[in-house]
Design a binder for this molecule. Sequence first.
Ligand SMILES: Cc1cc2nc3c(=O)[nH]c(=O)nc-3n(C[C@H](O)[C@H](O)[C@H](O)COP(=O)(O)OP(=O)(O)OC[C@H]3O[C@@H](n4cnc5c(N)ncnc54)[C@H](O)[C@@H]3O)c2cc1C
Length: 298
Amino acid sequence: MLLLPKFDYEEPKSMREALAMLSELKENAKVIAGGTDLLVNMKKGTVKPTRLVSLKKIGGLREIAREDAGLSIGSHATISEIADSALVASLFPVLARSASCLGSPLIRNRATIGGNIVTARPAADLPPALMVLGAEVQLKGKGKGRTVSLDSFFTGPGSSVMKAGEVLTKISIPPVPSFTGGDYIKLGHRAALEIAIVAVASRLTLDRPDGVIVDARIVLSSVAPTAVHAPLAEKALTGQRPSEELFARAASIAATECSPITDMRGGANYRCDMVGILTRRTLLKAFHDALGMKEGGA
Ligand SMILES: Cc1cc2nc3c(=O)[nH]c(=O)nc-3n(C[C@H](O)[C@H](O)[C@H](O)COP(=O)(O)OP(=O)(O)OC[C@H]3O[C@@H](n4cnc5c(N)ncnc54)[C@H](O)[C@@H]3O)c2cc1C
């Protein structure tokens, strides 16, 4: 049995105190949120922090609230809270769907949205949905805070633009235009407790119910070092009248815009084929949802 190594555990009551604790030890101190990634990695010995700084006593980090007609989610909100939130379901069903795909009820009750982003796994469930929604994250360090678009946050498997000592405090999602729909589909060997073999999130915005696509977003997951957009497929959709043929054409383009590895969960060619299939399905669902959305937003 793998045991946890020794470490100091701190529960600061303010962000200022937390940032001071983190900056003091630099790489040797880490934030702990739900611990569902961090503690596993510490047991395996792949990370060796000597101090864990919990954010759970700091107020306001768990709030899910309206913000400028969009939504703000505190980084400590759990995946269950997001999956079960009526506000998330009504404003951004694609995010609720991706949250409900993560792990199992036990894991979702502990795991946080901040942890799912910062861990920067290529197969993490929330980033693709957050990326098609145009989400930004707020980072706080000892100096000035900064806001980073999730599109430019990830730099590789397990790495991001975050610096040692920084804390992700909040995720902001802008409002969705009228006639917009989205979908997220995760392919795994099992329905629960499964890391994605391939996952795709798509979002379409029409100018009017019988009109053309004015904005198309497709994010592919688990088929590249980070979640990635499929820019050529997005371009092929924009300005076009929606049809099954158009979605099939965009899906075949998306299948060329990934660079998967072969591992025990799936071969590279199989993953590319599945990108095509999931992209077509998510586009169809996004289109139907866009038609069902009222003018002025959901
Ligand atoms: C059995 C099992 C099944 C799983 N299934 C899935 C799955 O299906 N899909 C999926 O995407 N993931 C899955 N995971 C991985 C994990 O549960 C998620 O990535 C989870 O969201 C991590 O969140 P956490 O709060 O537990 O993060 P933690 O483990 O606490 O932290 C993860 C990393 O992020 C850092 N961190 C956390 N919060 C912050 C913050 N606010 N600011 C700065 N740094 C921070 C920590 O220092 C650490 O480096 C699974 C894990 C297990 C054990």
